[in-house]
Design a protein around this ligand. Structure first.
Ligand code: UDP
Length: 242
């Protein structure tokens, strides 16, 4: 079985590490327990977050594969490790919104919670140094961040991911407010990359409005580890480790 060793570490991000494998076309994505917010200004260790996000992201990437959406994900090979194709990350993050929240509410000076008549697709230039500024598709093309056909594929896949995820969370009594996706280039095609997890989503319990995502940490609303355990229980019908 794969064991992440320091000599194989190729990249360390805020929530994950990337390890090389014996095959240059494959990497291992290792999920850490680190949580960060506000571009790394706020940091904490959240017990078992890596295990929970790895399992949830595996579940969702497998769901997307069944829906015909290609991704870099191949298989989960350990409690916090996924085997993935090497991709060239496209430096444009896609956010899909069903309900007004977060930076959209702030930018437009409107309250959170308003339901949008149809999903809103937004783009952000992936740059820690610039704090991920918003960009539109024309800007991304003209700056050379992505080709027009790539952005078209990203939009189509993002809306299909939204449909599948929204239906799924709906069935569990949870509203999918918004989420962020990343994409990569692999063999000349666009594939989903990174993760699909509550770290990059907003999930509100329908009956109570309670937040079941990383906003619990960002906004000091409670114990994120407990919240993620509860989500795990809802999705898999059993408690973590149980
Ligand atoms: N998001 C993310 N990484 C980022 C920025 C946003 O995963 O760097 C997610 C966030 O969790 C939310 C959605 O994208 O589900 C929309 O975030 P928003 O633009 O409202 O920004 P935020 O309020 O999180 O700063």
């Amino acid at each position: 079985m794969f064991a992440p060793t320091p000599d194989k570490l190729r990249y360390e991000g805020k929530a994950k590490q990337i390890y090389a494998t014996d095959d240059p076309a494959l990497i291992v994505m290792h999920y850490k327990d680190d949580a960060t917010a506000f571009n790394g200004v706020k940091k904490a260790q959240i017990a078992d977050k890596g295990v929970i996000n790895c399992r949830l992201s595996t579940y969702f990437m497998e769901m997307m594969a069944k829906a015909g959406i290609p991704s870099a994900f191949i298989e989960q090979i350990g409690p916090r490790d996924q085997l993935c194709h090497v991709v060239e990350i496209i430096p444009v993050e896609v956010v899909v919104r069903n309900v007004v929240a977060g930076s959209l509410a702030k930018r437009l000076g409107v309250p959170e919670g308003g339901r949008l008549a149809r999903p809103l697709v937004e783009h952000f230039y992936k740059s820690d140094a610039l704090n991920d500024p918003q960009i539109n598709e024309d800007g991304a093309i003209l700056m050379g961040y992505a080709a027009g056909w790539e952005l078209a594929a990203m939009r189509e896949y993002s809306l299909r991911v939204n449909d599948a995820l929204r239906t799924f969370w709906d069935g569990l009594g949870v509203d999918l407010v918004d989420f962020k996706l990343e994409f990569g280039r692999q063999n000349g095609r666009v594939v989903l990359a990174d993760e699909i997890s509550p770290d990059g989503s907003r999930l509100w319990e329908r009956a109570t409005g309670r937040k079941l995502d990383k906003d619990v940490f960002r906004r000091d609303l409670g114990d994120l580890s407990e919240t993620y355990r509860e989500l795990y229980q809802r999705v898999f019908g059993e408690s973590l480790g149980g």
